[in-house]
Design a protein around this ligand. Structure first.
Ligand code: GRF
Length: 177
């Protein structure tokens, strides 16, 4: 069973749902996120865990981990989840948390990866699926696919198209393990 962490639009969550993967719970860092509507639309239990409802990040992460485990989650997918995960969460799902990131890591970590690639003037950027650790987009790479920067007008949509294919593919393989 898969738990998906989200913060916003949820197009990668949608790709996982459309691929028929066994998503059993969706947790959001924000109460108002299109991703929560997508989960509800698919009949998947979804809940927001906004930081301001908790004493600190560790308490939020412990509560979120409990909720996911109550829903049978054994693999966690960060799909546009905009917070770092604390040790308390990572220890609950050892080597079973992946993230999708819109660059060829270790190039361009962080929330502005596509803009950073454009600003750096590289010819090729891409998509990475990697295991999550305490760092900002630093865990071991599971799969990468390059995407040419030009034509830059369509870069965003081409990156998203690769994400929406690559993420369900990798997650499907991890589920089978
Ligand atoms: C994706 O580009 C993902 O790589 C990045 O944030 C974006 C989330 O998009 N981490 P969505 O919420 O899945 O539509």
């Amino acid at each position: 069973m898969i738990g998906v962490l989200v913060s916003g639009e949820g197009s990668n969550l949608q790709a996982l749902l459309d691929a028929g993967l066994p998503v059993s719970a969706v947790a959001s860092s924000r109460a108002r996120a299109r991703a929560l509507e997508r989960a509800a639309g698919a009949g998947v239990p979804a809940l927001a865990f906004p930081l301001e409802d908790f004493v600190d990040r560790a308490q939020r992460d412990a509560t979120m981990a409990n909720w996911l485990q109550e829903h049978g989650v054994r693999l966690v997918v960060c799909a546009g989840y905009m917070h770092l995960l604390t040790t308390v969460f990572l220890e609950r799902f050892p080597d079973r948390i992946v993230n999708v990131h819109p660059s060829l890591l270790p190039q361009f970590p962080g929330a502005r990866a596509i803009d950073d690639a454009l600003a750096a003037g590289v010819e090729t950027t891409g998509v990475t699926v990697h295991l999550v650790d305490e760092g900002l987009d630093t865990g071991p790479v599971v799969r990468q696919e390059p995407v040419p920067v030009e034509p830059r007008e369509t870069l965003l949509e081409r990156i998203h198209a690769v994400e929406h294919r690559l993420l369900p593919e990798v997650v499907g393989e991890l589920c089978a393990r």
